[in-house]
Design a binder for this molecule. Sequence first.
Ligand SMILES: NC(=O)c1ccc[n+]([C@@H]2O[C@H](COP(=O)([O-])OP(=O)(O)OC[C@H]3O[C@@H](n4cnc5c(N)ncnc54)[C@H](OP(=O)(O)O)[C@@H]3O)[C@@H](O)[C@H]2O)c1
Length: 222
Amino acid sequence: MILVPAIPVTVELKVIVNCAMSADGKIALRTRKQTRISNEADRRRVHRLRNSADAILVGIETVLSDDPKLTVNTKYVSRPRHPLRIVLDSNGRTPKNAQVLNGASRTLIVTNDKCKKKFPNAEVIRCGTREIDLKRLMKVLDKMGVKSLLVEGGSKVIWSFLDSRTADEVNIFIGSMVIGGEVSPTPAGGLGAPDEKSVVALQLKSVKALGNGVLVSYKVVK
Ligand SMILES: NC(=O)c1ccc[n+]([C@@H]2O[C@H](COP(=O)([O-])OP(=O)(O)OC[C@H]3O[C@@H](n4cnc5c(N)ncnc54)[C@H](OP(=O)(O)O)[C@@H]3O)[C@@H](O)[C@H]2O)c1
């Protein structure tokens, strides 16, 4: 287990946020359970994007609600590189039988400095006093040789990456369906911007039809 000190270092790491939302801007059902939003063309794109990244990251609530494998499917990439899987999990709540702990590729559980938990088939990094300190984590990952990070959610984690201006790019696939509901999660949850000057500005890069959906890509203005 590594206790990470707060040292100032220049970070070269590129961070891409990717998520799929419905036409009404929801990323899951009101129960926070996953529902299929991506189409086949988007799944192909996402698995190729995963394969081009050095690491894929999600928050613990996504692990608890969706139990994702976070691997690259050989249906879309014949010889996958198997990027590092990362879970932001301050208090070590990742279940021992979670798919991210299945040993199919390397996994890093990131906890806070107080957490002492260990996990099968995973390394643990402590990085933060309460929640995970993203700036500190980026320095650690950069030192580990991670030069591209794909952030796949969920809602709170995406907001943290945007709010801290840690994300460089955002890709949103808009599926052709309506999920509805006031409490269904949106791409960026958390606390949200408290005032106009805190809103995260984006620069539109491209808009592309993908099957029956649309892929919108932005650069984060810093
Ligand atoms: N459609 C899509 O593309 C897509 C993709 C992924 C997920 N989802 C959906 O997203 C939902 C889950 O999102 P969520 O917002 O509930 O949870 P989440 O973003 O997956 O995880 C949030 C949790 O991560 C931990 N965390 C640690 N450090 C953090 C930091 N610096 N910033 C933010 N979180 C940090 C916190 O728990 P601790 O305090 O316990 O550490 C926090 O509550 C599910 O409904 C899932 O289906 C949709």
